[in-house]
Design a protein around this ligand. Structure first.
Ligand code: GLC
Length: 472
């Protein structure tokens, strides 16, 4: 099979979140199992000169954005056995930052259309286009409206993966004609609750809808989680699948990671305490035996930061420390900065993007806190476990599917059900009480480290799903 992954970001070229990690690792795993994979992303300004110098220019074409005819350059590069295609248009993509511009709708209308147009000009001939999140949601819509019956496109199938339903690409009705160039008789594909909703269009038209964990697939049918899209998803349940993400276990490996202070394995975890000492010193916190809780996240509401705020001082005063790395909404940033001023020996917060510090927190912390209100999959809890850092999570989405409470048999972390600060505090206290029993803690750490978070099993499930699509 030939599979083309279309996305708005991919490691190592451009990244702002977990989506980039998935696009940077899933295709490799599928390719290892004998299929050909390619990736297409926009050629952003953020892509370095060095990376650009490894690219080859293929051609330039013209792409329709409603009545406009826009320039589109196509470049390619090969990395780790995967072909990467880049869509170039400096007006749309040569800007500081990936998204958040007034014309994001137009930028990704262009990108979606360009991906489909590109297929006639490249050597890679996909059987399946796997689209990801709202930025690529118009691909299955355009495919259905304009390409399905064109020569060369007729056997193509489309899958659409939802990495987070909160971001939908929702705009006023005027974009339909003004930017998308979708005829009025097809407007029903995109209309939802009085808006034009790109995610709804993909849910309507893709051959399969995938989301990044089985629990999140179930949650999406529930209004509390679905941000309004439950009504359409309920009617499309027959094509909805939940497949848990993996992580790149080659990169995240406590045995070989060059970015951490000391390497260790799950047979001998002694190096982990060196990592903790190094981290505490680096962050200016007191070096002692108190448990250290790591948090690496975006400071946004659905990450459950409000729960942390409610009981933060109680946790610190009960003899625990915090290493926090993240940025986002100001109200949360200011709260954590205030806490680090109030407890300078116990609380550290860094609000810069720093992937190397993130790695030292994954390795150096004892526990990793993720009390998310919703979490489609979550990669950080799996990365933390790879480094023997015990996750404390709310039972939602992928957190529920990857973390089992240590109160039962063979747990690998601590969990709580209700989105409530006291329930979270209870899980943290249980973690602390196990931490104080060093043998029990050590076997928990080793159990967390030995779980399989690689893509292997999920890549197989993706392949089966894609094969199933092609057999129809
Ligand atoms: C989004 C989700 C996160 C998921 C990631 C990759 O960032 O919020 O839960 O792990 O996408 O699928």
């Amino acid at each position: 099979m030939n599979i083309l992954f279309a996305a708005s970001e991919a490691v190592p070229y451009a990244a702002s979140g977990g989506l980039a990690d998935v696009i940077g690792s899933l295709p490799k795993s599928i390719a290892e199992k004998g299929h050909s994979c390619a990736v297409v992303i926009p050629l952003y300004k953020a892509i370095s000169e060095e990376m650009r110098s490894e690219m080859e220019f293929i051609t330039n074409i013209t792409v329709d954005v409603s009545w406009r005819k826009q320039y589109c350059g196509i470049f390619k590069a090969k990395k780790d056995g995967i072909l990467y295609y880049f869509i170039d248009n400096e007006y749309y993509f040569y800007r500081d930052g990936l998204y958040g511009f007034y014309d994001d709708c137009e930028r990704f209308v262009f990108f979606g259309r360009a991906v489909l147009e590109m297929l006639r000009h490249i050597a890679f001939k996909p059987d399946i286009i796997s689209c990801n999140d709202w930025q690529t949601a118009l691909i299955p819509v355009y495919f259905q409206v304009y390409y399905k019956y064109r020569q060369g496109y007729d056997k193509l199938k489309t899958a659409f993966t939802i990495h987070n339903i909160e971001y939908q690409g929702r705009y006023g009705r005027e974009v339909l004609n003004e930017l998308m160039g979708i005829p009025p008789y097809n407007s029903g594909l995109l209309e939802y609750d009085g808006y034009i909703n790109m995610l709804k269009g993909a849910i309507e038209t893709a051959d399969r809808i995938i989301t990044v964990s089985p629990s999140y697939a179930r949650e999406l049918l529930d209004p509390w989680y679905a941000h309004g899209l439950d009504r359409i998803l309920v009617t499309k349940q027959h094509k909805l699948n939940g497949i848990i993400n993996g992580i790149d276990t080659g990169i995240y490996d406590s045995k070989t990671d060059k970015l951490i202070a000391c390497n260790y394995t799950n047979e001998d975890i002694s190096g982990k305490s060196e990592c903790k000492k190094f981290l505490l010193t680096e962050l200016g916190l007191t070096v002692d035996n108190e448990p250290l809780i790591g948090i690496v996240t975006r400071f946004v509401k659905h990450k459950g930061i409000d729960l942390i705020r409610c009981v933060f001082e109680q946790i610190v005063n009960s003899g625990m420390k915090f290493a926090i790395l993240g940025s986002g909404e100001r109200i949360y940033e200011e709260f954590f900065i205030e806490m680090s001023r109030r407890y300078p020996d116990k609380v550290s917060v860094s609000t810069k993007f720093d992937s190397e510090l993130a790695r030292r927190i994954y390795a150096g912390a004892d526990m990793f806190l993720m009390p998310s209100q919703s979490e489609p999959c979550g990669l950080a809890q799996m990365i933390a476990m790879r480094y023997g850092t015990v996750p404390i999570v709310r039972e939602t989405g992928g957190l529920k599917d990857t973390v089992r409470d240590n109160g039962g048999v063979n747990g690998n972390g601590f969990t709580f059900k209700t989105f409530n600060a006291d329930d979270m505090l209870d899980a943290i206290c249980r973690a602390k009480s196990d931490y104080d029993k060093s043998e029990r803690w050590e076997s928990l750490v080793k159990r967390a480290m030995s779980c399989d978070y690689s893509w292997s099993a999920s890549a197989k499930t993706y392949i089966e799903l894609f094969e199933d699509m092609l057999s129809e």
